[in-house]
Design a protein around this ligand. Structure first.
Ligand SMILES: Cc1cc2nc3c(=O)[nH]c(=O)nc-3n(C[C@H](O)[C@H](O)[C@H](O)COP(=O)(O)O)c2cc1C
Length: 154
């Protein structure tokens, strides 16, 4: 097996939490993408990173200074995760009634909403590492996070 095959199978042993990154572009159009690559960086400053594939629709809308939200999903939001990771379901991405799209789009019934401003974009081959400065954060009282392991929701 190739190093890529071994690496992929090794990474499938990780348990990921599933989030949707959402934003509005310069024209006010909403975007959403399912992501698992969210990692906190530091508390001072409060910051996180996400790795975004350059081929995704949201990619080119992410500019230094632009705002986005990371919505951590709960166990009942697998369908929303599927919609936001299926390129053929683009039209359905904001059909859920819990989206609030007045300003930076966010899911009002998510496990957590972390509102960020892009601080830095670092290109790495197929992906861009997006570093966000955290501007606000909300969270649900009960913890019921949607997880993904070995290619399946748990
Ligand atoms: C559980 C899960 C986690 C994902 N994590 C990421 C991620 O961290 N970064 C990324 O660029 N794509 C990730 N994807 C893939 C994108 O969601 C998918 O390719 C999406 O269709 C791209 O957006 P687009 O259809 O708007 O181009 C993930 C998909 C799933 C199902």
């Amino acid at each position: 097996m190739s190093i890529q095959d071994n690496f992929r199978l090794a990474m499938r042993r990780y348990i990921y939490s599933v989030s949707i990154m959402s934003n509005k572009d310069e024209k006010g159009e909403t975007n959403a993408i399912t992501v698992s690559s969210v990692t906190s960086i530091s508390m001072n400053p409060p910051s996180l990173l996400i790795c975004i594939n350059k081929s995704s629709r949201i990619h080119d809308t992410l500019q230094v200074g632009s705002q986005f939200c990371v919505n951590l999903l709960n166990k009942h939001q697998t369908e929303l995760s599927n919609i936001c990771s299926d390129e053929d379901s683009y039209e359905k991405r904001f059909s859920d009634e819990h989206w609030n799209i007045n300003k930076v789009p966010y899911l009002s019934n998510a496990q957590a909403n972390i509102f960020c401003k892009v601080d830095k974009l670092t290109s790495y081959h197929t992906h861009t590492i997006v570093i966000g400065l955290v501007e606000d954060a909300k969270y649900a009282d009960e913890i019921s996070t949607l997880t993904y392991v070995d290619g399946e929701y748990k």
